[in-house]
Design a protein around this ligand. Structure first.
Ligand SMILES: Cc1ncc(COP(=O)(O)O)c(C=O)c1O
Length: 388
């Protein structure tokens, strides 16, 4: 039998990391000690009280049955409490919160809820690849909004052609930002609310890194802005906040009509988050002040080692106020892919080529601070050995 993938699968852009992955495997086989700064996955463990709560909760037979797709009311109530404590924003646990199997799940499903074939979706470039792919899966057309250094990596909404804005259904934004590590302040979010109202566009704010912020900086929720709740949904994650990437738990907060339609997609596709994990999520949200100082201190130390070291070498990098990513300009004469390949081949350092996040990421590489300080010092030592 001839096995033929659906056309939507063929639409997925080519896997830009394939070449790097192949080389990584080759080097590993040769016994090269790789320092992998390519992966945005915390190396630190989940805090003990959260693990303990999972252990206890997993013994309870009531948690062995199907969970409700929208999340336990106790989990949604914990979200509401945390949201008010952290951002000063009130929400209804019944109608304005939805548990997610990681924020990726919500981001991947939201175009199915709102995008008709041929609708535009405004997608940042560079950006988290799921915005583009979920748009394509829903039959939408991604319209890329360049994030450039001269604009502090914020999209210029005024430059979106009128005809595109008129036909756009969703706008994805993400601050603190992956991969650029940029942050957004109130005036930008206010502009987003006005733009969304004017063109009747649903704002999807991806706040997965809201709790990875340094030097006392506290990222905003989009909903701290007047009128934002009427036009948007915000995706949150326990993954990076509590080192829980493997647990698969996040949530969406927002306009009740948007939450309800996304919920309708979810009822038909998944069966919610394992309740024992939701109970562990409640423990996390109830018992810890976020950003979690122990985690932040570790990333701050790593950030300082890397930023200082990279600048000493002569590479151009901004000191991030949030996220555990460094967005590094490649030296003159290199493309993102060539520079990433050079680092891998010459000194066994894995970095992600910026163009993997969209065309506008060309000219950069991304490094993740997900290995310990000693290894980062070693990485800097190795980088000093090469001439760019
Ligand atoms: C910008 C951004 N959004 C969302 C996610 C998904 O996180 P999770 O599904 O673990 O909540 C990630 C993961 O790396 C991310 O970088």
């Amino acid at each position: 039998m001839k096995i033929e993938a659906a056309k939507r699968i063929d639409q997925i852009p080519p896997y830009l990391f394939a070449e790097i992955d192949k080389k990584k495997e080759e080097m590993r086989r040769k016994g090269v000690d790789l320092i992998d700064l390519g992966i945005g996955d915390p190396d630190l463990p989940t805090p003990k009280p959260i693990i303990e709560r999972l252990k206890n909760s997993s013994d309870d037979p009531k948690n062995h049955r199907y969970p409700s797709y929208e999340g336990m009311i106790e989990f949604r109530a914990a979200v509401v409490q945390w949201f008010e404590k952290r951002f000063g924003v009130k929400c209804s646990p019944q109608s304005e919160v939805l548990a997610l199997i990681g924020s990726k799940e919500g981001i991947a499903h939201i175009p199915l809820a709102f995008v008709n074939p041929g609708d535009y979706v405004l997608v940042p470039s560079p950006g988290y690849p799921v915005y583009r792919v979920s748009t394509l899966f829903a039959g939408g057309i991604p319209y890329f909004l360049p994030l450039r250094k001269e604009n502090c990596f914020l999209p210029r909404l005024s430059e979106i052609p009128e005809a595109i804005a008129q036909r756009a259904k969703l706008l994805f934004i993400n601050y603190p930002n992956n991969p650029t590590s940029a942050i957004a302040e109130k005036p930008f979010f206010e502009e987003v609310v006005a733009f969304a109202r004017r063109y009747q566009i649903i704002v999807c704010h991806d706040a997965a890194y809201s709790e990875v912020a340094f030097d006392g900086y506290r990222p905003l929720s989009f909903f701290e802005i007047e009128g934002a709740k009427e036009v948007g949904i915000e995706f949150h994650s326990l993954s990076k906040t509590f080192n829980m990437t493997g647990w698969r738990i996040g949530f969406a907060v927002g306009c009740s009509e948007i939450i309800s339609v996304l919920g309708r997609v979810k009822t038909n596709i998944d069966s919610g988050v394992f309740q024992a994990i939701q109970e562990a999520g409640i423990a996390a949200l109830d018992h810890f002040d976020t950003p979690l100082p122990e985690i932040i201190k570790v990333y701050e130390g790593r950030r300082d080692v890397m930023v200082n070291g990279l600048r000493e070498i002569g590479l151009e990098v901004d000191q991030p106020k949030a996220t555990f990513y460094l967005w590094i300009r490649v030296p003159k004469g290199y493309t993102s892919a060539r520079f990433a390949a050079l680092l891998l081949e010459r000194v066994g350092i894995v970095a992600t080529p910026g163009n993997g996040f969209g065309e506008e990421g060309e000219g950069y590489i991304r490094m993740a601070l997900t290995v310990d300080e000693k290894r980062l010092e070693e990485a800097i030592g190795r980088l000093k050995r090469i001439k760019f």
